[in-house]
Design a protein around this ligand. Structure first.
Ligand code: SF4
Length: 383
């Protein structure tokens, strides 16, 4: 009965309606460059680093006297234009901070904030809400301060499971690596100067060539977020195709990097089952990930307004109206979650019965219903 009900999803409240491919956010201008304007804050940004980044992007560097404020301008066009902006500045608050989930559904991992926000343009991105007052992508260029903090972190008394610094909580840390060359500096630094610390890059980018021949000393993990082709085409604008990400993962794996994957956000739509099964098949034709973490679409309650102002026609707006409340988030009803997670995880096990799998920020009851071990967490962001 349940399966029948779930298969008739096309027009239910939670089912994503599949639309004809749209080209509105994939104009030539955006396809060829994620960054179309570079700004830096005078007196608050190392000029040598900023000039180098602008030079690599073949763009003029625009110096500002202060951080750009909300200028009163509104509308989808302004938000779209801002997606091409990269702001460079020094970070004054700590680079390394501990993550705290509002209702304790996640370990207190450490995050390393090298960027705020992102130049990709996914319709479901929670950063629209997080950075609602500062919507442009920002890169912090005072690496010396960051490196000092990393050395202190390495010497601090921290449980082994939390020795990973997560770079993907507030950005995609490899989206514009070809311009910043930040990872290319950070990875060898951690390889050489730390004993116990490891880095975790969570990304949708395939921008990895500069990482292939540097010394990582097995201290860097790259975790690729992948999804079905339909989700990519409809919702993950300006990002490389999932297959290109898997090809990048393969290259890194061949160069000794630990590869993890996230299938997240899993979204319900008419052909979800077939498409996620194909995705799993595709994953194992490219890489042997060390672990895979699965997460459902779980927007914060205020996110729909921000999605609507950027993507007024977004299918996610209809999906949101059919989700159920859970603390500060909205989630799929339990039976949908169990159906999606069990279908995907059972298929993964057919390809690798020993793989470590986890659910992201999911209720313990769902873990138990799926027969997944709740002790000894093997999720994406932990050692
Ligand atoms: S890649 Fe991640 S951080 Fe960037 S827009 Fe998409 S969801 Fe947001």
């Amino acid at each position: 009965m349940l399966n029948d009900a779930l298969n008739e999803d096309k027009d239910t409240a939670v089912g994503l309606i599949i639309k004809e491919p749209s080209v509105s956010y994939k104009t030539k201008e955006y396809r060829h460059s994620l960054v179309s304007e570079i700004r830096a804050i005078r007196g608050k940004c190392d000029s040598y680093s900023a000039e180098k980044i602008a030079e690599r992007a073949h763009l003029p560097l625009k110096w500002l006297d202060q951080a750009p404020s909300m200028n009163g301008e509104k509308g989808a066009e302004k938000l779209r234009r801002e997606r091409g902006v990269l702001l460079l500045k020094n970070r004054t608050s700590p680079f390394i901070e501990q993550f705290q989930h509002p209702i304790g559904r996640c370990a207190k991992f450490y995050k390393l904030t090298a960027y705020n926000n992102c130049n990709f343009w996914c319709e479901y991105c929670y950063l629209y809400l997080t950075f609602r007052t500062m919507p442009v992508s920002t890169h912090f260029v005072n690496y010396e301060k960051m490196f000092r903090e990393i050395v202190s972190f390495d010497r601090a008394n921290i449980p082994d499971t939390l020795r990973i610094l997560n770079l993907g909580e507030l950005c995609d840390p490899l989206a514009i690596e070809d311009i910043t060359r930040f990872a290319e500096e950070l990875i060898p630094f951690v390889a050489k100067e730390t004993q116990k610390t490891r880095l975790l890059f969570l990304t949708k980018s395939d921008n990895v060539n500069s990482l292939l021949n540097i010394n990582h000393n097995n201290k860097t993990i790259v975790s690729f977020s992948v999804n079905t082709d339909i989700i990519h085409q409809q919702l993950e604008h300006r990002t490389p195709a999932p297959e290109a990400r898997l090809a990048a993962a393969k290259k890194l794996q061949e160069h000794g990097y630990e590869i993890r994957l996230r299938i997240d956000p899993v979204i319900w739509y008419s052909t979800w089952k077939r498409d996620y099964l194909e995705l799993v098949q595709k994953i194992f034709s490219y890489v042997k990930p060390v672990r895979i973490t699965i997460g459902e679409y779980r927007p914060s309650k205020g996110l729909a307004t921000h999605i609507g102002s950027r993507f007024p026609e977004s299918s996610l707006l209809k999906v949101t109206s059919g989700l159920i409340s859970d603390g500060t988030k909205l989630r799929y009803p339990e039976e949908y979650r169990i159906s999606m997670f069990s279908t995907i995880s059972n298929t993964i096990k057919k390809y690798d019965s020993n793989i470590k799998m986890a659910l992201c920020k999911e209720d313990v009851k769902i873990w138990k219903d799926l027969g997944m071990p709740v002790n000894g967490l093997y999720c994406n962001c932990l050692e």
